[in-house]
Design a protein around this ligand. Structure first.
Ligand code: SAM
Length: 299
């Protein structure tokens, strides 16, 4: 019976995956990751609980004393697993969710209960163009030139006015999608491969890192140059990889300085997220994230 149930679930996931990939070819990686997040959430629910509760509790506390508001915008909304959606719906007339993963739309809408919308959109506004530019490279020199130029490119402001703006577990994720796209293009088109630590040859790695920093800078500019009166930002600060013997690798998740110009900090919190407990996701090692949450008011 369990085998049959698992088979049906696996079939449904495959159909969902191909449906959204065909319908949104440019967002295939977001569909892939999103369906992965949903599956991992099911497998690791009890380990994720502390993180999900902490994330929602922080949002609840942050909006508690805010005045009744017009619109809340939630960036990186996904399936709203880590969002205190009921409190947002009580506090605001409209809740607009924005995320590049179309496969999360149905579950998000079911929780919005006509109180909001879900827009499938890549938030930085540059990822599509950047991908095309790297895709057009035919030599290694083209790649270095293109990556260098991207760092100086203009960025576009957010066009979604809000009273309360929540960026939820997005700041640290934006560069990861970009990194994976670059890895995949360089490998398939120019046979440039990553090493055992997932790093490109040094010259490309350094340029890639600077573009990853640029994407985080764009996101911080977008949210701090919005008109939101209240800004809540929840993001990873570090990724730890561990075995029974302890942590063997720590990577920074935040590649830029923690500054939110134009806003004053009201409160902050930190906690850990056991995102891939050892023995459940991978037999040999586990992954834990350090998470930080800040709430800021305009001015
Ligand atoms: C770690 S998940 C956060 C969990 C999510 N709130 C949920 O409950 O499913 C990060 C989310 O950010 C979205 N995301 C990452 N980069 C994005 C981008 N550049 N534009 C739009 N959404 C993005 C992903 O699709 C994903 O849903």
């Amino acid at each position: 019976m369990t085998i049959l149930k698992n088979l049906v679930i696996a079939c449904c996931r495959s159909v969902t995956y191909y449906y959204y990939c065909l319908r949104y070819p440019k967002y295939q990686d977001f569909v892939d990751m999103g369906i992965g997040i949903a599956a991992r959430h099911e497998r690791c629910e009890k380990y994720w609980r502390t993180h999900l509760d902490a994330s929602k509790a922080f949002q609840r506390k942050s909006i508690l004393s805010a005045p009744q508001s017009g619109t809340a915008v939630i960036l990186g909304a996904g399936r709203l697993l880590d969002v205190a959606i009921d409190e947002f719906l009580q506090k605001c007339r409209r809740v607009e969710c924005i995320d590049a993963d179309p496969s999360a739309r149905i579950s998000a809408l079911s929780r919005l209960k006509n109180g909001g919308s879900y827009l499938v959109k890549e938030i930085t506004g540059v990822l599509g163009e950047w991908t095309t530019e790297v895709n057009e490279c035919v030599t290694q020199e083209d790649v270095t030139k293109t990556l260098s130029n991207l760092v100086d490119q203009e960025w576009r402001p957010l066009t979604y006015p809000s009273d309360i703006l929540l960026s939820v577990n997005l700041l640290s994720q934006i560069p990861i999608y970009w990194r994976d796209r670059v890895h995949q293009i360089l490998k398939s088109k120019l046979s440039i491969e990553t090493d055992d630590h997932d790093k490109l040859p040094q010259v490309f790695e350094e340029l890639l890192q600077s573009t990853m920093r640029k994407l985080q800078t764009i996101h911080v500019r977008q949210i701090t140059q919005s008109e939101a009166k209240l800004l809540i930002v929840i993001y990873d600060t570090a990724f730890h990889f561990y075995t029974d013997a302890g942590v063997f690798l720590t990577e920074p998740a935040l590649l830029i300085r923690e500054e939110f110009p134009g806003y004053s900090k009201i409160d902050e919190a930190t906690w850990s997220w056991e995102i891939a407990p050892k023995g459940i996701e991978f037999a040999a090692y586990g992954v834990r994230h350090d998470v930080k949450a800040v709430v800021l008011s305009k001015g």
